[in-house]
Design a protein around this ligand. Structure first.
Ligand code: NAD
Ligand code: UDP
Ligand code: UDP
Length: 343
């Protein structure tokens, strides 16, 4: 029997990357809500490698176990299936609150749930932070600026959001999330950090979330026409996920408690972005123009003066490098899905 147990143990022993060893004084217990999602799973990797204890809470609406499966079984890692709209009682030192659908297609799928997650869910995380004395970082968004009249957008700009439009569930949800954070900071002395995240891309992003990076890469890889909504003169600025993760970790560690823009200030018109992706993929897709989408912000580019000064942070990964890695990921995912369809 002993031998059999040894055999079984041998066959189930997982090999993990070598994480840093931290003693009990420096090691933190860190909760990441939405940690099975795109950004959250990269943050998990970073904090695990730094030697912390990481607890992921996710309801798997848009996240996947696959994004964090390489840590399952590691003694510093825990994955909890839980919806943050319901209270959560655990003991932690820091909370990265990322749970919320992020792509327009996902957040518009169930707008009421999106609002609940960003309001009731955020109250629960702030209530938890208050009870255990944890510092909490809220993942806000450039969407709090709406369709901006000020360009590029500094943190001092109050925004231009339609409160009843199709994006309102997300934009207003995140605005309330920010208001809640500062109300808890003022009234309950909770330590809050607020990251206003601009468009982010990279491996593990959703293939079918209808966003511009995923749509254009898939279309180019399949040699299908690239669909531009409206005239394509609208702009976005794209940051690679590893740059964002560095910014989030620096913000959590800093003494600066006001909102901070985290994004890449290099701005592209959507039609130029389409050409860039087509050229990198190397196919011969042509561009087609369809109707503009409702309330589509026309310009978006972060002013990152605050992040530079307060966090000594700025993006490092060029669009070219980041897109190559992302295209490679999509290519592998396509092969994987065609392989599993054949089986
Ligand atoms: P994502 O959809 O990949 O991840 C969100 C995660 O939250 C998913 O794992 C999902 O299952 C989980 N989740 C959603 N509702 C939940 C709930 N009620 N309870 C528990 N878990 C829940 O999105 P992402 O791109 O990784 O975004 C992460 C955060 O960053 C979000 O808060 C998003 O608003 C913010 N953000 C992202 C971007 C971007 O470009 N990706 C831009 C601005 C802001
Ligand atoms: N909460 C939670 N976990 C905790 C502490 C609080 O989920 O560890 C929830 C709690 O259920 C409440 C919310 O956070 O609904 C806000 O907590 P707070 O203490 O601010 O409010 P109160 O409980 O007084 O309504
Ligand atoms: N877009 C596009 N074609 C697509 C998907 C998106 O032209 O197939 C445009 C969209 O209209 C918007 C920009 O690309 O102007 C970014 O859209 P996305 O949904 O990625 O994110 P947003 O920044 O609007 O939240």
């Amino acid at each position: 029997l002993e031998m059999r147990i040894k055999q079984l143990e041998g066959s189930t022993t997982r090999r993990f990357p070598d994480v840093k060893f931290l003693n009990y004084r420096t090691r933190k217990r860190i909760l990441i809500t939405g940690g099975a999602g795109f950004v959250g799973s990269h943050l998990v990797d970073q904090l695990m490698m730094e030697g912390h204890e990481v607890i992921v809470v996710d309801n798997f609406f848009t996240g996947r176990k696959r994004n964090v499966e390489h840590w399952i079984g590691h003694e510093n890692f825990e994955l909890i299936h839980h919806d943050i709209v319901n209270p959560l009682f655990i003991e932690v030192d820091e909370i990265y609150h990322l749970a919320s659908p992020a792509s327009p297609q996902h957040y518009m799928f169930n707008p009421v749930k999106t609002i609940k997650t960003n309001t009731v869910g955020t109250i629960n995380m702030l209530g938890l932070a208050k009870r255990v004395g944890a510092r909490v970082l809220i993942a806000s968004t450039s969407e709090v600026y709406g369709d901006p009249e000020v360009h590029p957008q500094p943190e001092t700009y109050w925004g231009h959001v339609n409160p009843i439009g199709p994006r309102a569930c997300y934009d207003e949800g995140k605005r309330v999330s920010e208001s809640l954070s500062y109300a808890y900071a003022k009234q309950e002395k909770v330590q809050v950090r607020v990251a206003r995240i601009f468009n982010t891309y990279g491996p593990r992003m959703h293939m079918n979330d209808g966003r511009v990076v995923s749509n254009f890469i898939l279309q180019a890889l399949r040699n299908e026409p690239i669909t531009i909504y409206g005239h394509g003169e609208q702009t976005r600025s794209f940051q690679y996920v590893s740059d964002l993760v560095e910014g989030l970790v620096s913000l959590m560690a800093s003494n600066y408690s006001m909102p901070v823009n985290l994004g890449n200030p290099v701005e592209y018109a959507i039609k130029d972005f389409a050409i860039k992706i087509r050229d990198l993929v190397g196919g011969n897709s042509h561009l087609i123009y369809s109707d503009a989408v409702e309330d589509d912000p026309q310009r978006r580019r972060p002013n990152i003066t605050v992040a530079r000064k307060q966090l000594n942070w700025q993006p490092k990964v060029s669009l070219q490098q980041g897109l190559k890695r992302t295209i490679d990921f999509f290519h592998k995912e396509l092969l994987r899905s065609s392989h599993s369809n054949r089986n």
